[in-house]
Design a binder for this molecule. Structure first.
Ligand code: BT5
Length: 330
């Protein structure tokens, strides 16, 4: 199957102009119906194929296939992505980076895949990562920070993604505490930060970024369609995935460098600028209780600050938030 497809693409590329279905069928020794099925598969994978009556088929453009070379070409960063590994299919980019970290790979190593078959979210949830439709990427960081500051890096990553979207489109991204990126109340991106630490030192951190880019509405799994979307779906046009990845990496490096030199203050302000439902009342649950409170903002250490109806402020490091009517439900 795979090799017929390869030969078909070669034939279509070789021929100047159109090549007829009959000629393809002769050369590949498969039926016209099989050719037609292959063409549909190619179209689904992003090939733009013109079919002209009595002349045949022609590839107008190929999908912008990612590779280590094309991703690194023109990246012009100081440390991020200098070691960059691209795979067609992996279980999860997180696991690969964990292994690489243990083998001593440097700060800024990036692993990216076209498809994940065991993409994961927080708390062993699944992350849908269909082939060629999004950014499934993990970044290795070796920060010189105490472990309690690690959550700040999730917030940092969220601001980077929000800024990238704002710079590349007219969309208005919002960050839902702590790690979701929403557009029009639907999740387009999630961040998974995993840390390996000793008592008071971080050994390394893996920041996993999952971003739905070019899925059409029906390509989002049915069970999450009501609460998930893609950039294409919301912006109404296809995005170039490689350029989007490069944009994220450049911004990530710049923001991280700023954070290292100036601290969390600017990230906090930027996060709050994009914060979802800041200033609004939601219902919060922890292990101990459930109560109504207003989201105030982010604390200097990265915790969520909320205010209850009696005016008491509280810092939250982990909690479940019930976003209420019309809002996002995790
Ligand atoms: C997250 O978890 O949002 C973190 C997702 C991190 C994914 C990246 S991809 C690269 C790296 N490699 C990995 O294996 N993971 C990271 P959480 O907040 O737990 O959200 C998970 C929930 O989001 C699921 O239970 C679904 O309800 C929903 N969901 C699953 N796939 C989705 C998708 N593609 N888009 C939007 N929502 C999705």
């Amino acid at each position: 199957m795979e090799s017929t497809r390869k030969q078909l693409i070669e034939l279509l590329n070789k021929k100047d102009g159109h090549i007829s279905g009959q000629e393809l069928s002769n050369q590949l020794n498969i039926s016209r119906t099989a050719i037609w099925k292959h063409m549909n598969e190619l179209k689904k994978d992003g090939y733009d194929i013109e079919a002209v009556q009595r002349k045949g088929y022609k590839i107008l453009s190929s999908p912008d296939k990612m590779s280590e070379n094309t991703l690194q070409w023109g990246l012009d960063t100081e440390w991020i992505g200098h070691q960059l590994f691209h795979y067609d299919q992996v279980e999860s980019t997180q696991e690969i980076v964990h292994q690489m970290a243990k083998q001593g790979k440097p700060h800024g190593t990036v692993v990216i895949a076209d498809e994940q078959v065991k993409g994961k979210g927080r708390m062993a949830r699944k992350w849908d990562s269909p082939k060629g439709k999004g950014i499934w990427m993990s970044i290795l960081l070796r920060p010189n920070l105490p472990p309690f500051k690690a959550p700040q890096l999730t917030l940092l990553a969220a601001t980077v993604l929000a800024e990238m979207i704002s710079e590349r489109s007219a969309l208005v991204p919002q960050i839902k505490w702590p790690n979701d990126l929403l557009i029009h109340h639907k999740k387009v991106s999630g961040i998974l930060t995993e840390m390996q630490a000793e008592q008071d030192a971080i050994q390394y951190i893996v920041v996993g970024i999952g971003m739905n880019v070019n899925q059409n509405g029906e390509e989002i799994p049915e069970d999450i369609r009501h609460k998930a979307s893609s950039l294409k779906n919301e912006a109404g046009e296809e995005w170039n995935i490689q350029e989007t990845v490069q944009h994220i990496l450049r911004l990530f490096e710049r923001t991280y460098d700023q954070y290292e030199s100036d601290g969390f203050e600017a990230i906090k302000a930027n996060w709050e600028k994009h914060g979802y439902r800041i200033g609004e009342e939601v219902t919060i649950s922890t292990m101990k209780r459930t109560w109504k409170a207003t989201l105030v903002g982010i604390e200097p250490d990265g915790a969520l600050c909320v205010r209850d109806r009696d005016g008491n402020h509280e810092k939250l490091y982990s909690a479940e938030i019930h976003w209420g009517e019309g809002g996002y439900h995790a």
